[in-house]
Design a protein around this ligand. Structure first.
Ligand SMILES: Cc1cc2nc3c(=O)[nH]c(=O)nc-3n(C[C@H](O)[C@H](O)[C@H](O)COP(=O)(O)O)c2cc1C
Length: 320
């Protein structure tokens, strides 16, 4: 179940990935996930246009360093020239060796611009994009998709073929339609089905919140899994999935451990972003760390107005 993900010259050392999450997948959080066992981390979706225009805020999202070992950068747009130029920037000016094209985002603003999941509505255009990009790319190209635009157009098989025909080395598949956004359940039968249809590795993604769910998915034909929401406030999930699969003892973090882990995470955020910005960006994650606590709403309310590390420490001291 636990194994490298390989295809020709493409290799990732393990098959438990951390998903790209806009607003969450910043450098310190990705590093934390790797320390907890994630085998591959993704930047959040980054505008290819912003990269091409060398927009300062966009380029900041590309930050990485040599300690971040197994990493991929995810970009989005619907213009093959822009995407190709962004790929050129990444392969010449950054250390990333894996590029992931977002063809699954279901956020309205992105869809209105015909980007993200909207690319699934027009397979010929997606084919043209991937064909054009793959001509000039020297690092690994990968694709992230959903099942299709809506339930009347489940075209993941066709999209999977387009990806493998155009030299993509891996597909990440979240088996919901774009229209579904996050409603209903991820249909993993579609993941196993795609795995049988394409030669390139297929990584399944969607609704993995427990080690048991990870284990159950990996019993089926699939090359790996990717965890998104299940890792927010729970970086331990990666190592626990691995321990569970190997039959080793593992423990779910108790409140004390959660507080300890949260502080370590917050420290990393503050070190990287500075105190105020680090805390502000971290707020949404903090809420997830403490969500199972007895008075989580009360604690959250108090913490949400803090912008000093010492204040947060004081509030949480009683839980230590
Ligand atoms: C807050 C949030 C931000 C997300 N941002 C991205 C993103 O930047 N790029 C992307 O491909 N998917 C993004 N996704 C989708 C996730 O990567 C993943 O496909 C989805 O959440 C299903 O996996 P999960 O059930 O494990 O969370 C986002 C999801 C959430 C909840």
């Amino acid at each position: 179940m636990l194994r490298p993900v390989k295809y020709n010259d493409f290799m990732v050392k393990g098959n438990i990935f951390a998903a790209p999450l806009a607003g969450y997948s910043n450098f310190p959080t990705r590093m934390l996930y790797q320390e907890h066992g994630a085998d591959l981390t993704f930047t959040e979706m980054i505008s290819a246009r912003g990269i091409v225009h060398e927009d300062e805020k966009t380029l900041a999202l590309l930050y990485t360093d040599k300690n971040e070992k197994n990493k991929a950068v995810q970009i989005f747009d619907d213009d093959k020239y822009i995407l190709s130029e962004a790929c050129e920037y990444i392969q010449t000016k950054t250390p990333y060796k894996i590029i992931n094209i977002n063809a699954g985002c279901s956020v309205k603003k992105i869809l209105r611009a015909n980007k993200g999941g909207a690319l699934l509505k027009d397979p010929r255009k997606l084919n043209d994009i991937l064909h054009y990009i793959s001509k000039n790319i020297r690092i690994h190209l990968t694709l992230k998709i959903r099942s299709g635009w809506d339930e009347n157009d489940l075209n993941y098989r066709r999209i999977g073929k387009i990806a493998s025909d155009n030299n993509c080395k891996m597909i990440i598949f979240h088996p919901r339609t774009v229209k579904q956004v996050f409603s209903g359940k991820a249909n993993w039968d579609q993941v196993y089905d795609l795995k049988k249809k394409v030669p390139i590795p297929v990584i399944g993604n969607g609704d993995i919140f427990t080690v048991q769910e990870a284990y159950d998915r990996l019993k089926h034909p699939v090359d790996g899994i990717m965890v998104g929401r299940g890792a927010i406030g729970n970086p331990w999930i990666f190592e626990n999935i691995k321990k569970f699969i190997k039959g080793e003892r593992y423990t779910e973090p108790d409140p004390k451990e959660k507080i300890r882990g949260m502080f370590l995470h917050l420290q990393k955020m503050v070190q990287f972003f500075g105190e105020r910005k680090g805390i502000i960006i971290f707020r949404c994650q903090m809420a997830q760390y403490i969500k199972s606590f007895k008075d989580s709403a009360g604690i959250r309310k108090k913490i949400q107005i803090c912008d000093k590390f010492s204040e947060i420490e004081k509030i949480l001291a009683e839980y230590k």
